[in-house]
Design a protein around this ligand. Sequence first.
Ligand SMILES: NC(=O)c1ccc[n+]([C@@H]2O[C@H](COP(=O)([O-])OP(=O)(O)OC[C@H]3O[C@@H](n4cnc5c(N)ncnc54)[C@H](OP(=O)(O)O)[C@@H]3O)[C@@H](O)[C@H]2O)c1
Length: 329
Amino acid sequence: MAYQPAPNRYKEMSYARCGRSGLKLPRLSLGLWHNFGGVDDYATAREILLHAFDRGITHFDLANNYGPPPGSAEENFGKVLSGDFKSYRDELVISTKAGYHMWDGPYGEWGSRKYLISSLDQSLHRMGLEYVDIFYSHRFDPDTPLEETMGALSHAVRSGKALYAGISNYSPEQTLEAARLLREMGTPLLIHQPVYNMFNRWIEDGLTEVLAAEGIGCIPFSPLAQGMLTGRYLAGIPKDSRAAKDHGFLKEPAVQQRLPQIKALHELAEKRGQSLAMMALSWILRLPEITTLLIGASSTKQLDENLKALEQPEFSDEELAQIDAILKA
Ligand SMILES: NC(=O)c1ccc[n+]([C@@H]2O[C@H](COP(=O)([O-])OP(=O)(O)OC[C@H]3O[C@@H](n4cnc5c(N)ncnc54)[C@H](OP(=O)(O)O)[C@@H]3O)[C@@H](O)[C@H]2O)c1
């Protein structure tokens, strides 16, 4: 039977304006870095995508190299787009990126115009799309003039291959310069995608100020520290978890090192009546600069749990101080 999205999908989700743009994003967005590649179970991947849309998640985040193998997450997403999501393209915000290694030779990574435009063409082909909504420079390239990298993003927008431009993993200074260059080119910088979670708070050191001043949206990735800030590893390393997979980016020693903090945070979350995952996500939403949380999920159950974080964002000063103390210990 043909997929019919839940009729109430827009009633329960809240949407936030992305910086000073006209684009609204759901407060929770779904990324396809892990669990959606060629090595993963397609039926489960599809089920998570449909469930996300049913719950009002309109924003799906990809990159050229997501898989493994690289490119396969875009291919799988393309399958869902040409099938279940076929009638809903205009209800979706789809992003992709280029910056990390994608193919051999000098034009297969970093920030040249040559690489970015070729990579975007490949991404569009893999997903069967005419355009993406957001095209990102995935990382700053110290060897390419920033004018060239931003010029490539602006070109992508002007040629209709992307609707908006974004950057990821840029420092506050690089972000300011990128925003200035893009503004001069008539293509505003829509959004920044930095890592941000309880274990990695680097954006508090200058980036959020730049984003607020410049009117740029913020979509923090790995808000659950790849699963460490959940109940996933409280009783060891489950066989089906990211830390147990050869291709998983999270490694067991990192989990072991964080375990005392994870346990202390879990206890605090219980006192708040939340799961650790919910508390870790709510905690990020305390910052007004955050547009949407970019989570990953390997099941619809995880997705549903994470969506509950949107219901309880408030923290008392005492709770925030307790979290700070745990993170400093
Ligand atoms: N721009 C960049 O450089 C960059 C880098 C990394 C990621 N990203 C983007 O950010 C997205 C999210 O990154 P991420 O996947 O690392 O985010 P994350 O939300 O920190 O981690 C997701 C993982 O946590 C576990 N998890 C999620 N919810 C859970 C729950 N309720 N209970 C127990 N475990 C739970 C799952 O691990 P299991 O698979 O073990 O179940 C899931 O795969 C990516 O898909 C990608 O789009 C961007």
